[in-house]
Design a protein. Structure first.
Length: 311
């Protein structure tokens, strides 16, 4: 996510469909990396929402998007889609993730609409549940990307952080809504961290350094929980969020308005045409029951206007 950074300003939303389908309700876990096509089809808008930031297709087939105005769940009505706001008072939200049947969302804290220091949680097993405030993150300028691992949650502070870092939140093993502690996990970062995902024993993070461009960076989680030495594996311009598909990553290129796919060593596998998106902010894989076949969904922010699908 980019907020007020002079050379980073806006993000669009588009969704691309994969070349082949899958019957799994959790499309990302059953989609082969080679079945993804980033240069197929024509974008179609699913919902028109301003300033979207992140997205999540859950393991039980629910779809959520976050933005400057609210946190939304996307529902299907026949061949149409609608967005239902989940925070009655309105609240800007950024990063989304899930674990153990619980949705985690970074939403407005005490600092106002661009302060995402409030961690909200919601049961994914109860269709009537609504997000509830669980924890106030401290000492962070702009909590942004968030991901779950077996050892807890990791949250990036960027891309306009005073002190760029990744923090770790320890979660009560008996209560997924209870944060036991917050600690700085990695502070020796030369760049501003943004999106974050986890696969294998490593975190993959998009970074941006003003005047120097961006990187996809790999950081191993050592056996004792400490961070390994960050490794820059894929230099690019300005990137936002990313998602894991098999043993590859699909990354949003905010600067060029495109998506690209790399392996876990950073080798480029494929990419979409430039400017097919208006500054994409997140990318995820989705599928049944909301979609008839596997699809790639992308959100847009600032100059963007909603959620799209390529078909």
């Amino acid at each position: 996510m980019k907020y007020l950074l002079p050379i980073i300003i806006a993000i669009s939303s588009v969704a691309l469909s994969a070349c082949k389908g899958s019957g799994s309700p959790y499309a990302a876990s059953s989609t082969a990396a080679q079945d993804i096509c980033l240069d197929c089809g024509t974008p179609r808008q699913l919902v028109n929402l301003p300033q979207l930031e992140n997205s999540l297709f859950t393991s039980n087939g629910r779809l959520f998007v976050s933005g400057q105005s609210n946190l939304y769940e996307i529902h299907r009505d026949g061949q149409d889609y609608r967005a239902d706001a989940l925070l009655p008072e309105g609240s800007g939200c950024s990063g989304l993730t899930e674990d153990k049947g619980t949705l985690y969302a970074l939403c407005s804290g005490s600092g106002g609409p661009t302060d995402f220091s409030g961690l909200y949680t919601m049961s994914l097993d109860d269709p009537l549940a609504t997000p509830e405030f669980s924890f106030a993150l401290s000492g962070m300028t702009l909590p942004n990307g968030i991901v779950t691992t077996a050892s807890g949650l990791y949250v990036t502070d960027g891309p306009v952080a005073v002190e760029p870092k990744i923090v770790h939140l320890a979660i009560d093993p008996t209560d997924p809504t209870l944060v036991l502690s917050q600690s700085t996990w990695l502070a020796t970062l030369p760049d501003f961290p943004n999106g974050i995902v986890h696969t294998g024993t490593s975190l993959y993070v998009t970074h941006y350094r003003p005047g120097f461009g961006g990187q996809v960076t790999r950081v191993a989680i050592n056996s004792d929980g400490s961070p390994g030495t960050p490794e820059n594996i894929a230099p690019r311009g300005i990137m936002d969020d990313l998602t894991v598909v098999g043993d590859t990553l699909i990354v949003t290129d905010w600067q060029d308005g495109s998506l690209f796919q790399i392996d876990l060593e950073g080798n480029l596998l494929q990419e979409s045409a430039n400017n097919i998106f208006a500054q994409p902010s997140s990318v995820i894989i989705a599928g049944p029951p909301l979609f008839d076949q596997v699809a790639i969904l992308v959100t847009e922010r600032y100059t963007g206007d909603g959620l799209w699908i390529l078909e």
